[in-house]
Design a protein around this ligand. Structure first.
Ligand code: FAD
Length: 284
């Protein structure tokens, strides 16, 4: 099913992100994660793409096929274009068609040292080709601005270019303070970005994970979160519980604000996803 169809219904859609497992048996592990997520009745499940030398790019569309064929899930494959030639993108499109992928999140990808942009400079350059190839296409959005763009208004103008290029919905970067999401939504609507925006939340499980995310994505750290991290830093069980509670509060707040959708960066931890889904479902 095209992801555009999940928006605008009676309930706010809750979707999940998984990544291709890095272990010895990635497909078996992915099978187990998808089996558990299926029980949560996801609006869709997105599968990340690692072009940074992880060597697992082929697994993205394979996992998307597994989810659709084995679990009847609505799946979305991510695709990056940083450093890709037109031929590389044609190969990726052919593979996704072969594997029955319908939905694609069109991304530039992060710069890799020594790997220059080739035929695609920005995600907006990839979007028209994916639309032409028949996919339902989403793009990434950044409530606090993309880490490399210091001016949020300019970043929103670039986001509008992705809508103009054919993006049909947006999925946001994680953030820990909903106030940024609400201001961002207002900016988007003022900039005539009308496509559905689904807001991504990541439940934190450790202080190291939060620090990594803050530096990688430029997400702000609100003081209530800093206090929680300081309090439970050396107590993993309590920190896990606090991370789940914090994510639930963010998701419920977003739902009460009336957003188009919410997306959980579930980090291949279906147990965490289940606890969150059960807590927030009544609010969606
Ligand atoms: P773009 O939209 O191309 O933007 C990149 C930068 O260029 C921004 O700073 C933007 O403001 C600027 N820009 C855009 N257009 C112009 C223009 N016309 N002129 C000047 N500057 C411009 N990465 C992966 O490797 N694999 C994944 O699976 C993955 N999944 C993601 C999922 C989500 C929901 C999100 C939010 C991010 C994901 N990423 C993933 C990370 C993403 O690849 C990086 O954030 C990347 O640096 C930017 O990708 P983009 O598609 O947003 O780029």
């Amino acid at each position: 099913m095209q992801i555009t169809n999940v928006f605008g219904g009676e309930h706010i859609p809750l979707s999940y992100e998984i990544f291709p497992p890095k272990g010895e048996l990635p497909m078996e592990e992915a099978h187990d994660v998808l089996a558990e997520l299926t029980k949560l009745d996801p609006a869709f499940v997105s599968v990340t793409y690692s072009a940074g030398g992880g060597g697992n790019t082929g697994f993205t569309s394979e996992i998307a096929r597994l989810g659709r064929e084995t679990f009847n899930l609505n799946m979305m494959a991510h695709l990056t274009c940083m450093g890709s030639t037109k031929d590389d993108v044609e190969d990726a499109i052919a593979l996704m068609h072969e594997r029955g992928v319908e939905n694609v999140l069109a991304l530039r990808g992060d710069p890799v040292p020594g790997k220059e942009a080739r035929d695609f400079q920005f995600a907006k350059d990839l979007i028209p080709r994916l639309r032409e190839a028949g996919f339902c296409v989403g793009a990434a959005a950044y409530p606090e601005g993309h880490a490399a763009c210091l001016d949020l208004d300019e970043d929103v103008r670039h986001l509008k270019e992705k809508q103009d290029a054919g993006a049909q919905f947006l999925v946001t970067q994680l953030f820990f303070d909903n106030r940024y999401a609400y201001k961002f939504l207002d900016k988007c609507r003022a900039a005539r970005i009308r496509i559905p925006i689904t807001f991504g939340i990541m439940p934190f499980m450790s202080k190291a994970q939060v620090s990594r995310m803050v530096f990688m994505c430029g997400a702000s750290l609100p003081s209530p979160l800093v206090k929680v991290l300081a309090r439970w830093e050396h107590d993993p069980d309590s920190l896990r519980k606090a991370g789940i509670e914090y994510a639930c509060q963010q998701l419920i707040g977003l739902a009460q604000h009336g957003v188009d959708g919410v997306h959980l960066y579930s980090m291949n931890k279906p147990d965490v996803a289940r606890e969150i889904a059960e807590a927030v479902r009544p609010y969606l």
